[in-house]
Unconditional design. Structure first.
Length: 309
């Protein structure tokens, strides 16, 4: 029996999107081949890296070993006209991750989603320089400066399409697994998640953070948590997060399976909590494996025994 071609739609979610790494670790461990990937925002970064051959283990090493000082160094402050951060250092970071490769170099067909501000429409990026495409897809309005690419002014794809199920379906995928970090969907699509009380799956921590890094990250998190008067960053990220939750429902309703890692107490800036977020992705993906296997081998209409795990 010929297995169906699996498409993976990786959604937005800022730091919570690090759970994508855990999902990829499980799919790779179980030998499940991925035939196409579409990503939005952090889903574009992780999906693009995987498409050019960066392993989930390598991505985990980068995520877990990123300390407070490195994270701060990526924030090159911009003039307060279009955004808080220019994004040049972020672009350099992305270029290092994908090794300056282009869409022509990918091992797995890949595309990512951005939004053309001037045309007020979604843009599918599938050719040319991979770094600038991913940089455009992660450009949260107000936080990161938009990207000029091919005569267009591009921002975060999550503004219009936070989980690109339609895009990966258009790539010819026979079955689509969507990974969302925006909570459990309300649709009746089979959805699999982790137990919030037990994220004990081993992710393979690479480096323990120094005492200085731990203290700095805790101070930063504490300050962010206590900024009750809304900052520009909070307003931008919080507003987009609310918008994404509504927009994602329509896309998730046409996926075959949804993996929705739940990470209690995790905010959009919690990159310091990478280890726990990745473990949540692992645990959520493990619950879905039997159903993904059945989905790929089934020739008719897929109908699992129950719709939510």
């Amino acid at each position: 029996m010929t297995r169906r071609r699996l498409g993976l739609a990786l959604g937005s979610g800022s730091a919570r999107g690090l759970a994508h790494i855990g999902v990829l670790k499980v799919l790779e461990r179980e030998g499940i081949p991925i035939g196409a990937i579409a990503g939005t925002s952090i889903g574009a970064l992780i999906g693009g890296a995987y498409a050019v051959g960066v392993t989930p283990a390598e991505m985990e090493r980068i995520a877990v070993s990123t300390d407070f000082r490195h994270l701060v160094s990526l924030a090159d402050v911009a003039r307060p006209t279009t955004a808080l951060v220019n994004g040049r250092h972020v672009e350099e970071f992305i270029r290092d991750v994908v090794d300056s490769q282009s869409f022509a170099d990918v091992r797995i067909p890949f595309l990512c989603i951005a939004v053309d501000v001037n045309a007020e429409r979604e843009v599918v990026l599938r050719d040319g320089d991979l770094t600038s495409a991913i940089r455009a897809s992660v450009s949260t309005p107000v936080v990161f400066a938009p990207v000029e690419r091919d005569g267009r002014l591009l921002i975060d794809g999550a503004v219009l399409n936070p989980i690109p199920v339609n895009a990966v379906r258009d790539m010819g995928a026979d079955a689509v697994v969507a990974v969302t970090n925006l909570g459990l969907p309300t649709s009746r699509v089979p959805t699999f998640s982790n137990d919030l009380q037990d994220c004990s799956a081993e992710s393979g921590r690479i480096n323990d953070k120094s005492l200085t890094d731990v203290v700095c990250s805790r101070v930063f998190t504490g300050v962010m948590d206590r900024l009750r008067s809304p900052s520009v960053y909070q307003l931008a990220s919080g507003s987009i997060d609310l918008m994404q939750r509504g927009l994602s429902e329509q896309q998730l309703s046409v996926a075959d399976i949804v993996i929705a890692p739940q990470i209690e107490g995790t905010a959009y800036y919690s990159f310091f909590d990478a280890d726990r977020i990745i473990r949540a992705g692992i645990a959520a993906a493990e619950t879905a494996i039997p159903y993904i296997e059945a989905l790929l081998e089934y020739d008719g209409v897929y109908a699992p025994a129950h719709g939510r795990a």
